[in-house]
Structures are given as structure tokens and as C-alpha cells.
Design a binder for this molecule. Structure first.
Ligand SMILES: C[S@@+](CC[C@H](N)C(=O)[O-])C[C@H]1O[C@@H](n2cnc3c(N)ncnc32)[C@H](O)[C@@H]1O
Length: 254
């Protein structure tokens, strides 16, 4: 999300909004530019945020509520905004190396064009909880890492590496060469409750409207379905992702 700031210092920044995301960011992020705290607002969480910032020698600006409203486009900022350098992305090689270092078979997520920042943030939150080692997203026609994603992820954005690629099909081909099994998700496929996600796997979640693109679907080793007996056509992408990720989590012995 971008905001209209004239101040150069803030121009290239992303804003982490709200008390819990601000705390998580202050504890984990190395790229903080500045912390804005609403003046004359008293709360323990704000004192804690100011104290951590001071210890880390990060500038804290006490500003009127109007300034925070402006910075956040009137979102519920709870009196605090952290300006961080735009989020860092991991490389594919970096991601594979991280999985190797952890000595765990990769468990990756591939998001084929998720557009809603709340869905991405929520998927990141579940991914972190269930030990997903990384998320791969396309550079185009998909939401990137923004402050809304950060807020919805409730801090998971600091822990789950995200790789941006120009071509998901090529990336999937490469992952397959490295021995990663690719599991797509679709309305017609194997019942997800039978999914055994042991070994090196990547789970593909499709776009909110179009699902997984036909070319990418063709590359999947298997398609998984969450059975539905009601009237709606499909589940929300992040809800489906949660159910599927947890089947992966369980079948990997957790
Ligand atoms: C809202 S759905 C897209 C629906 C799209 N019209 C289609 O037919 O694929 C978005 C994504 O959520 C996941 N999803 C939703 N419901 C699912 C289900 N019942 N089984 C498996 N995946 C599901 C899939 O990854 C899907 O691509």
C-alpha cells in the first residue's frame, strides 16, 4: 500500500500499523526507519514499543493522531506506526538453502496470483504456525508484501520468507527437477484428507476468482480437493489454504 508522503524519509517506507504488528516488527526487523507514536495517548503497549525502540536506537516521533490517520489512510492504527524499509524478499536459491540448513524436507507454498492482501497475510499467519518454510508468489498480477499484508499476518511476515518470481511455471519445473513434489488444489481431485505430504512438497493455491492457471495445473503432480457438500462453489482461498496446510502439517508427523 502506498501513501502520499512528501517527506523523502517516508517515501520508500512501508508502514506497519497497530500495536501487535509494531511490537513484532521491533523485535525482529532490522530495516526499521522510524517509529511514530500518537502523542498524549497512554497505553502500556505504546510505552513498551517506545522503550524497545529507544534500546535499539531507533528514532521515535511523537505525532498528533491526524498524522497517523494520514499515514495509514485512516486505518485502525492504535496509536502506532512503524516505518520500515520495503519488505525484503528471499531468492529461490536462498529458500532452498534455508530448507537444507534446517535439515528438513522442503514444505513450500506457491500462490498463483492471490490478489487480496488480507488473504496473503492470513495465509502467511497459518504458514508460520504450521512450519511452512517459504512462500513463492509471482511478481505480476498478485498482491506483494504491503503493510496490510504485514498487519494481517500478525508478525508472520518476519518469519516466513517470500520469493518473488517472474514465471511460476518455470519455477515449478525447476523445483520438480530438485525433487519437490507439486500438489495443486482444485474442485476436482484427490480428497485432501488422504494427502501424505511427507518428503519435499509444494502446495499450490489459486487465485481468488480464477483458481490455478491451466498451464500451472498441468505441471502439478497431483490435485487435491477439500470435499464440499453445501451450496457454495468453493472456499475462500486463505481458508482452503489453512485446511490444506494443516493436512500437510499432520501428515508430516506433527
Ligand atoms: C475461491 S477459490 C477459486 C475458485 C475458482 N473459481 C476455481 O474453480 O478454481 C481459490 C483457491 O482456493 C482453493 N480452494 C478453494 N476451495 C477449494 C476446495 N474445495 N478444494 C481445494 N481447493 C480449494 C484453491 O486453491 C483455489 O484455487
Amino acid at each position: 500500500m502506498s501513501f502520499n508522503n512528501n517527506n523523502n524519509d517516508e517515501e520508500k517506507a512501508e508502514f506497519v500499523i497497530g500495536r501487535h504488528p509494531a511490537l513484532e516488527t521491533l523485535k525482529n526487523n532490522q530495516n526499521i526507519n522510524k517509529v511514530f507514536i500518537q502523542d498524549q495517548l497512554k497505553a502500556d503497549a505504546l510505552l513498551e514499543i517506545a522503550s524497545i525502540a529507544k534500546k535499539r536506537k531507533i528514532i521515535v516521533n511523537k505525532v498528533p493522531k491526524g498524522k497517523l490517520d494520514l499515514l495509514t489512510d485512516n486505518q485502525n492504527h492504535q496509536g502506532v506506526v512503524v516505518a520500515v524499509a520495503a519488505y525484503k524478499y528471499e531468492t529461490l536459491d536462498g529458500l532452498l538453502a534455508l530448507a537444507e540448513n534446517e535439515q528438513k524436507a522442503p514444505f513450500f507454498l506457491i500462490l498463483d496470483g492471490i490478489e487480496d492482501p488480507h488473504n496473503l497475510g492470513s495465509i502467511m499467519r497459518t504458514a508460520d504456525a504450521a512450519g511452512v518454510q517459504g512462500i513463492i508468489i509471482p511478481k505480476r498480477r498478485a498482491v506483494q508484501l504491503t503493510s496490510t499484508v504485514a498487519k494481517t499476518s500478525t508478525g508472520a511476515i518476519e518469519h516466513v520468507p517470500v520469493v518473488r518470481v517472474t514465471n511460476l511455471v518455470q519455477t515449478v519445473k525447476l523445483l520438480k527437477k530438485k525433487g519437490v513434489w507439486i500438489f495443486g488444489t482444485d474442485m476436482e481431485g484427490t480428497d485432501f484428507r488422504r494427502w501424505n505430504a511427507q518428503g519435499a512438497v509444494a502446495l499450490v493455491i489459486g487465485n481468488e476468482g480464477k483458481g490455478i492457471s491451466p498451464l500451472l495445473k498441468k505441471e502439478c503432480d497431483e490435485l487435491l480437493t477439500i470435499p464440499m457438500i453445501g451450496h457454495v462453489q468453493s472456499l475462500n482461498a486463505s481458508v482452503a489454504a489453512s485446511l490444506l496446510i494443516y493436512q500437510g502439517f499432520t501428515s508430516r508427523g506433527n
